[in-house]
Design a protein around this ligand. Structure first.
Ligand SMILES: Cc1ncc(COP(=O)(O)O)c(C=O)c1O
Length: 361
């Protein structure tokens, strides 16, 4: 059984996707053009924001957010330690210092109560990751950032389509980023991402940075890079975006089945007023190795998101964090385990996952 059934998804939309690809091939507009503009307009409309800017990946979306916010050497950016490397990696990449904060055990997102301990006069921004498909309390984070005069960036790579009350993920922060990596809730057929903002000036800068700092053809005012979104990916995403809400209903149903049936583990919780898109269905198991072995033996794939907090990664060793410094991150990294999840997860397969998971060791 697949961990994420991308094949079943493709077969469901095959005709629409082939038509969209053929349109791009016939137009020969492979970079930019009408399809990309159409996708960006649809994205902005879906999220409920003024500017949605397609880019080459979730990682380049983060880089663009940091560049447009003028974050540079000497600045500090608070990030959760329990996340994919890209969140902190791009902070270092622009020369700034990532400052790791611990997560809450309630939703595995930044623990707002610990932020006061890590904020300093050098702090310029907070990147709040919406882990496993559920946003942190972005409204509270926004208030915190407003009081401290900080920029709030949402890393919504895992949460496209999620909500806090009526607000969609990627609509509330100063700048938000998402990834359309193939396995994400909205996935391309290759690398892709997007940046979102309501701020005209930030949007202008993001568009310039993703195109080599070019303000007019061959006139360059900034050091940028090639962070553009391929038009073919935009055309594919345009088709998949139309089906996203139907898929989110199915994901919610699969999540409910897991929540009602899995035993002997700590189940994920969705906060009151929040809607998760279940990018991952991740449980905590004390004896994770045994559970993984049991699943593997039955031919069931699983994944560990993530086995080591970023504060303990070799690449950040110069920052001087020691084991024990972020206890919740360390605890969750040792116990977390993601199970097969997608809108196309077959009922029989899910029953097998549950039965195997619940078997006595
Ligand atoms: C939280 C988080 N941030 C950033 C990224 C980077 O996205 P991409 O792989 O599209 O560069 C990912 C995706 O893996 C992610 O999960």
């Amino acid at each position: 059984m697949p961990f994420i059934d991308l094949k079943a998804q493709y077969l469901s939309y095959q005709d629409e996707i082939q038509t969209a690809i053929n349109e791009v091939l016939h137009s020969t507009s492979f970079i930019g053009g009408a399809k990309l503009e159409e996708f960006e307009a649809n994205l902005a409309n879906y999220v409920g924001i003024k500017h949605a800017i397609g880019c080459s990946s979730g990682t380049s979306a983060l880089l663009l957010a940091l560049l447009a916010s003028n974050i540079k050497a000497g600045d500090e950016v608070i990030v959760p330690s329990f996340t994919f490397i890209a969140t902190a990696e791009m902070v270092s990449f622009v020369g700034a210092k990532p400052v790791f904060a611990d997560i809450s055990l309630e939703d595995y997102n930044l623990n707002i109560n610990t932020l006061e301990n890590v904020v300093s006069e050098k702090t310029k921004a907070i990147i709040a990751v919406s882990m496993f498909g559920q946003m942190p309390d972005i409204l509270a984070l926004k208030e915190f950032c407003k009081n401290k005069n900080l920029i709030l960036i949402e890393d919504g790579a895992q949460s496209f389509g999620a909500k806090q009350n009526e607000h969609k993920s990627c609509s509330l922060a100063h700048i938000s980023c998402t990834s359309f990596f193939p396995s994400k809730p909205l996935g391309a057929y290759g690398d892709a991402g997007a940046v979102f903002t309501n701020d005209d000036e930030l949007a202008r800068k993001i568009r310039i940075y993703l195109n080599h700092g070019q303000v007019k053809r061959y006139m360059h005012e900034y050091i940028g890079f090639n962070g553009r979104l391929d038009t073919l990916q935009a055309a594919i995403l345009n088709v998949k975006l139309k089906h996203l809400d139907e898929e989110l209903v199915l994901r919610e149903q699969k999540a409910s089945v897991y929540l009602e049936n899995l035993q002997n583990c700590i189940l994920p919780r969705v906060k009151e007023g929040f809607k998760s898109v279940w990018a991952q269905f991740s449980v905590r198991a004390k004896d994770r190795n045994k559970v993984v072995a049991k699943l593997e033996k039955a031919g069931i794939p699983s994944a560990i998101h993530y086995p080591l907090g970023l504060h303990l990664q070799v690449t950040f060793k110069d920052l001087g964090y020691k084991k024990g410094s972020l206890p919740n991150t360390e605890l969750v990294s040792e116990e977390i385990l993601s199970l097969p999840m997608s809108a196309f997860l077959k009922q029989g397969d899910q029953e097998q996952v549950i039965a195997t998971f619940n078997e006595e060791n």
